[in-house]
Design a protein. Structure first.
Length: 378
């Protein structure tokens, strides 16, 4: 099963000396026999593997139980030498590029890697992991001879990627910040990826952008889960309906010149003017934080005294980026000339711009809270 020509391995010279002297267990016939077998195996990886098989047989023999500990100490040394022999042989053959020999080496390395894991009590041998690099190098040689073989490409360490970046970029759960990162990762992938003959996209094993790719995809998945959870929430459903009504009203008042994106932080529905010059999510969070503090203070001070009930329906807040846009809208709503923010009793809407002071925001926000608690807000 494991036999491989000694000529392949023995052509590579490996020194077994070390900087420091290894302290050996006390000499016994079996231990000395093991050392002789190791020396005889030399740089032949298959013969070193057979030494490991012999060690397993001896440690399974109850008649030499007293020897088991000393034999255990040899096991990692043999495995290390075997992996080193294979690694150097793989590198040498990789430089030669002879397909048939590389194929034999690769098959042997794969079988031994599986065998090492099987004989490990933990089910995972660290030395088997060390075989990966040399194996991938061999498969890269084989890939040059058979570039259309996706199985070999995977064994060479390539990663197949099946990600619909355009779909993600257009998804409602991807905010601007995440969209920028996703866009950059898409460009990086396009630059580094290879398309196989089967049309699949593959990333090389040594591609440096894999960590960022995985991090971004994980964030996209988390954002999608959170978004779907929100979409099943009664408040979010009501907020989505209210958003459509408010956007339609704003469009009629301003001839659809401005666009708005929704952000929610119960009980508030924040409609932020869409503009590449600012971060809508960040601005919405700033406004919502101030209004939530007002809301919490108001309820802490007056809920028990006035018998206030929690606001369950969305409370709409419109935020323009510039005062000029706000002023244009306010003039069509009959707001006082020179106003920098106002509350609209007819529809329960608080309307401000990013330049509206915090004091004005809270003043008009108080009007809104009172109205929503006295059923004056429609």
């Amino acid at each position: 099963m494991f036999r491989i020509s000694s000529l392949i391995i023995v052509t590579v010279s490996i020194g077994f000396g070390s900087c420091g002297k290894v302290e050996e267990p006390p000499s016994t016939p079996i231990f000395d026999d093991a050392l002789v077998r190791m020396g005889a195996a030399g740089t032949d990886a298959e013969r070193l593997r057979l030494v490991l098989v012999w060690l397993d047989d001896q440690r399974a023999n109850p008649e030499v139980a007293s020897e088991h500990a000393s034999l255990d100490s040899l096991d990692p040394r043999v495995r290390k030498r075997m992996v080193a022999a294979f690694r150097d042989a793989a590198r040498a053959q990789g430089r030669v590029g002879e397909t048939a020999t590389c194929q034999k080496l690769a098959e042997w390395g794969n079988k031994v890697s599986e065998w090492l894991d099987e004989r490990s009590p933990e089910g995972r041998d660290p030395y088997a992991e060390d075989l990966k690099g040399p194996l991938q190098g061999l498969y890269r040689v084989l890939l040059t001879a058979d570039p259309g073989n996706d199985e070999i490409r995977a064994l060479a360490g390539y990663r197949m990627l099946d990600v619909e970046f355009e779909t993600f970029l257009e998804s409602p759960w991807v905010d601007r910040s995440l969209r920028r990162r996703l866009d950059q990762v898409r460009d990086d992938v396009a630059f580094a990826a290879e398309i196989s003959d089967t049309g699949r996209t593959w990333l090389p094993a040594d591609w440096k952008g894999e960590a960022e790719l995985d991090a971004v995809l994980e964030e996209v998945e988390a954002a999608e889960r959170a978004w779907k959870l929100k979409m099943n929430d009664p408040f979010e459903i009501a907020a989505a309906k209210l958003y459509d009504l408010v956007v339609k009203d704003l469009g009629e008042a301003l001839n659809d010149v401005y666009q708005f994106v929704p952000r929610t932080r119960a009980p508030y529905l924040i409609l932020i003017e869409k503009d590449a010059a600012w971060n809508e999510t960040k601005v919405a969070e700033e406004k919502a934080r101030a209004l939530r503090e007002l809301h919490d203070t108001f309820y802490a001070d007056y809920q028990e005294t006035l018998g206030l009930k929690a606001i369950e329906r969305p409370v709409p807040v419109v935020v323009f980026r510039k005062h000029q846009a706000y002023a244009l809208y306010a003039s069509k709503r009959g707001a006082d000339r020179g106003a920098v923010g106002h509350y609209e009793p007819g529809n329960g809407r608080l309307v401000v711009s990013d330049s509206t002071s915090i004091s004005t925001l809270l003043h008009e926000g108080m009007h809104q809270l009172v109205a929503f608690n006295t059923e004056e807000a429609i």
